[in-house]
Design a binder for this molecule. Structure first.
Ligand SMILES: NC(=O)c1ccc[n+]([C@@H]2O[C@H](COP(=O)([O-])OP(=O)(O)OC[C@H]3O[C@@H](n4cnc5c(N)ncnc54)[C@H](O)[C@@H]3O)[C@@H](O)[C@H]2O)c1
Length: 287
């Protein structure tokens, strides 16, 4: 049987277009009020200066959340804040390095000082692409794994006091299957999946739900250094996806929105794979 795409010729997938810069969702908050899915909720999103974290922050704001944008990049953080507040949403920026326990405690304290509480935490920050590609174990473990643990530990007492909470950890398909030789990143993400389950079991009694999302390839700025090395890289990746496209940041933001909302009240300790079918199997396997 003829394969749908000829990978060896770098044939294009259906939707990916290397020349198209991805768009962040345009915020429209026309129906402000109790019908919004995160009305009266306060959410912290780490690494929300760009990419998936920014998209999650915008999507949460669109659904009524007060959003705390955490990032180590002030300029990018300010851009996310402007996108939210210009559309009438509520947001504040905190520069906290998630690899520092002291910083994450300050992040939670500043959030409580400003908005009174924390209902939702999204652990999304990741070290630089260079550190991922160089297998920098220290950076990958410090930001992805210990960062997730630091932020979660700092927020849990607040959520315990509230009697509820939702923590969403952004892991990766690399935590589930072997893909490239980015072992430190894959191991850190596998650790995030294990940490999610372990903490979910411990805090079910507190009504704190802890889930993780494993995205497949998502078109964010993180791919820019790799596109410079190989402008065809996303075209080459696309045929691996049964849905015939790679993901957009909003694909993950929508999954995070579900997990943050009361609609997910029975979901905890779960691994939500949002990957266009990548890990379901090999759709090009010849039979
Ligand atoms: N883009 C993908 O293809 C993809 C695929 C699977 C999983 N993911 C995961 O999704 C998440 C977001 O990915 P992305 O593509 O948006 O990444 P990105 O690099 O575009 O964004 C990461 C953000 O984290 C910030 N950051 C870095 N170190 C930090 C620290 N110590 N403390 C706080 N913030 C810090 C950066 O400044 C940046 O704004 C990551 O956890 C990543 O592993 C991404």
């Amino acid at each position: 049987m003829k394969a749908k795409y000829d990978f060896s010729k770098g044939e294009r997938g259906k939707f990916y277009n290397a020349k198209a810069v991805f768009q962040y969702p345009q915020l429209s908050r026309k129906d402000i009020g109790p019908k919004m899915r995160l009305h009266n909720k306060t959410a912290i999103v780490t690494g929300a200066g760009r990419g998936i974290g920014k998209s999650v922050a915008l999507r949460f704001a669109e659904e009524g959340a007060k959003v705390v944008v955490d990032d180590v990049n002030d300029a990018n953080g300010a851009e996310t804040i402007a996108a939210i507040t210009d559309a009438g949403g509520e947001a504040m920026f905190v520069n906290a390095d998630v690899s520092s326990a002291a910083d994450t405690e300050r992040l939670i304290a500043e959030t409580v000082d400003t908005y009174g509480t924390v209902d939702i935490l999204v652990n999304n920050a990741i070290c630089s692409t260079a550190d991922v590609l160089d297998n920098n174990w220290e950076a990958n473990l410090a930001v992805a794994l210990r960062g997730t643990s630091h932020c979660s530990n700092a927020v849990i007492p607040v959520m315990q006091q509230n009697g509820s909470g939702s923590i969403i950890n952004i892991a990766s398909v690399n935590g589930l299957i072997g893909l490239q030789a980015i072992h430190a990143y894959s191991a850190a993400k596998g650790g995030v999946i294990a940490l999610t389950r372990s903490m979910a079991v411990a805090h079910g009694k507190d009504n704190i739900r802890i889930n993780c999302i494993c995205p497949g390839t998502i078109q964010t700025e993180v791919w820019e250094p790799m596109l410079e090395r190989n402008p065809q890289i996303l075209d080459e990746i696309t045929p691996w996806y049964p849905l015939g496209r790679i993901g957009q940041p909003v694909d993950i933001a929508n999954a995070a929105l579900f997990l943050a909302s009361d609609e997910a009240s029975f979901a905890t300790g779960a691994v939500f794979v949002i990957d266009g079918g990548l890990t379901a199997g090999n759709h090009q396997f010849p039979i």
